[in-house]
Design a protein around this ligand. Structure first.
Ligand SMILES: [Zn+2]
Length: 227
């Protein structure tokens, strides 16, 4: 975690890389969040999913806007909007530019896993963090979040998740984004991620394998002393 002094405090396996799960949605907010907010994007997440891909919430999230999709981590909405955005960028700027923009946005999390070339890759679940295409370490994720280039993303998350823009200095309020991700080499195992900020302190937590969203959230709150 990092506070107002800018000093990163790291504990445990802060430098161990693993799939980033739904924290990938923060990267999409950074990349396309302004566009999606400006267009007031909506989506209907229904049981049974789309093209054989079901949301992690099997019964569906129902009708979602950007705020709800982020808060409830609706995979199908993010995937639909991401597909829409790339199609739109391809139409406006062509394949080459779209590819470069996508690579730029996701570079810290892609490593060398994207096939070289100029084509825009077909998206799909791995691009919203379902699978192991996008990876990070707790420290790298935190460094990415607190970088000035992510200021708008952080402000947008705050606005979308908490419903207001400013923050009250005496009583900073936290937004938290959870995620679950596979554990490399451990088939069927998952670990949980939580990333959040109260506008002063920003923190990223990954809890070990065998844990889900709610465990991660409980642990995060306990560490930060939240009710
Ligand atoms: Zn959904």
């Amino acid at each position: 975690m990092v506070g107002a002094d800018g000093v990163i405090q790291a504990y445990g396996e802060a430098d161990r890389e693993s799939p980033m799960g739904s924290l990938a949605k923060l990267v999409w907010i950074r990349f396309q969040g302004d566009e999606w907010a400006a267009r007031d994007m909506g989506f209907r997440c229904v049981k049974g999913g789309v093209n054989g891909y079901e949301c992690w919430e099997k019964k569906g999230h129902g009708r979602v806007d950007l705020a709800k999709a982020l808060k409830e981590s609706c995979n199908l909405a993010f995937l639909a909007w991401a597909d829409w955005s790339l199609a739109e960028e391809k139409r406006l700027y062509g394949d080459g530019v779209t590819r470069v923009r996508l690579e730029d946005a996701f570079r810290p999390f892609l490593g060398t896993r994207l096939k070289p070339g100029n084509e825009v890759p077909a998206l799909g679940p791995p691009w919203i963090g379902d699978g192991d295409l996008l990876r990070t370490t707790p420290r790298a994720m935190l460094q990415w979040m607190i970088h000035p280039a992510q200021e708008r993303m952080m402000a947008q998350c705050r606005r979308l998740m908490l419903g207001f823009q400013g923050f009250v200095m005496e009583k900073p309020t936290w937004w938290m984004k959870t995620g679950t991700a596979p554990v490399p080499g451990e088939y069927g195992e998952t670990c949980a991620w939580v990333a959040g900020s109260n506008g002063v302190v920003t923190a990223v937590l990954r809890v070990p394998r065998g844990k889900g969203r709610s465990d991660g959230l409980a642990r995060f709150k306990a560490i930060m002393g939240l009710p």
